[in-house]
Design a protein around this ligand. Structure first.
Ligand code: AMP
Length: 189
């Protein structure tokens, strides 16, 4: 199954993706995690992406499209994959569709986790205060910038995928188990 998890930062995409990995046996592809690793390792990609990530802005489409293209070629993606944090713009979605089509694949479901901004800000404050692995973009100010980028550049993907008949919109507020059950139901798994 080829899935996309959509939703604002702090919506719980990463956590829910990890459960899906465990239950469905397909990999999670998180562009945010790949980029954070590149920053940590000081690679040219990391040097380019780091300042943008720190400012809560999106990194250029061509960089993330290249990352995902490479990742999707790996063997473990043959039976399916969970995209977490990609695509985040319409050009990224177009590039993904073209790439998948060329290899005879397609997206099966796009799950959008709906969480209001106020709840997101509270979650991010909590994550910043309790997380062991600190994220430099997990501050309330930077969260605002990330929410703005989401509203302006990523939210339009909802109508993009609704038109394609792929969008499954869920209430992302609630206990993790409850949200997970909604996701499983939405994807028929
Ligand atoms: P995330 O862990 O998904 O919240 O991503 C952290 C940061 O990495 C984002 O705020 C962006 O700066 C960058 N990033 C991750 N995925 C993408 C993407 N698909 N397009 C552009 N920037 C991205």
């Amino acid at each position: 199954m080829n899935l996309i998890l959509l939703g604002p930062p702090g919506a719980g995409k990463g956590t829910q993706a990890q459960r899906l990995v465990a239950d469905l046996g397909i990999p999670q592809i998180s562009t945010g995690e790949i980029l954070r690793a590149a920053v940590k390792n000081g690679t040219p990609l990391g040097k380019q992406a780091g300042p943008l990530m720190d400012a809560g802005k999106l990194v250029p489409d061509e960089l993330v499209v290249g990352i995902v293209d490479e990742r999707l070629k790996e063997k473990d993606c043959a039976r399916g994959f969970i995209l977490d944090g990609f695509p985040r713009t319409i050009p990224q979605a177009d590039a993904l569709a073209a790439k998948l089509k060329a290899s005879g694949k397609a997206i099966d479901h796009v799950v959008s986790l709906e969480v209001p901004d106020e709840v997101i800000i509270e979650r991010i404050k909590h994550r910043a205060a309790t997380s062991v692995e600190k994220r430099s973009d997990d501050t309330p100010e930077k969260a605002q910038a990330r929410l703005k980028a989401y509203a302006e550049q990523t939210a339009p993907l909802k109508s993009y995928y609704a038109k394609a008949g792929l969008l499954r919109t869920l209430n992302g507020v609630g206990a993790l188990d409850q949200v997970y059950a909604l996701i499983r139901k939405a994807i028929g798994a």
